[in-house]
Design a protein around this ligand. Sequence first.
Ligand code: ZN
Length: 240
Amino acid sequence: MLPVEQLQEIISASNNIVFFGGAGVSTESGIPDFRSVDGLYNQRYKYPPEVMLSYTFYREHTAEFYDFYREKLLCPTAKPNAAHFKLAELEAAGKLKAVITQNIDGLHQMAGSKTVLELHGSVKRNYCQSCQAFYDDAFILQSTGVPTCECGGVIKPDVVLYEEGLSQETMQRSMEFIAKADVLIVGGTSLVVYPAAGMIDYYRGRQLVLINRGATHSDRKAKLLIQESIGEVLGRISLA
Ligand code: ZN
């Protein structure tokens, strides 16, 4: 049996699937992974992404932070791919309980997913640091220099920067979904970046599916391992 056929069997038999996704889910929509080697060296900035996306850098060099942020993290033309759409369909069909993602692009919601736990926040949400007023990503994109609120306050993206902690509530809810899941599908991540590797340890079932183009740190724990594009693999799954 082909791996995709095995995946089809696993998905057909379950009504309690949880999906955990990483950067690979977004790169297939044309969103660059700023952690990749290419992202690190092929750029015009003076500092590595880890520095420019740190809270200290945001606070001390806010305009430079936003130059980088607008160019590298905001991808206004990106569209959901087959993986995003299939996950939304699985949720609507009552088979998938949650999407847990490390991505910040909002593509799962754009595809129609409802229960999306964004571990690293979202570029779609931005808040004034003085009065908490909300601003969308279009506002940030159109702004220049440091985006400011009507009240004069500086606007900060609701994105978890380096040095910042993840939302405890989002972490807790994610761990609960994972712990209760019948099937856990992990896609588009090599499970190196915190907290991905640790979170899947909360899974107690025997149907861990890993879909990633390269090897991951948990390959030996997987019931099913598919080293192919997440969009191509999920795109072939049928709900019938
Ligand atoms: Zn304000």
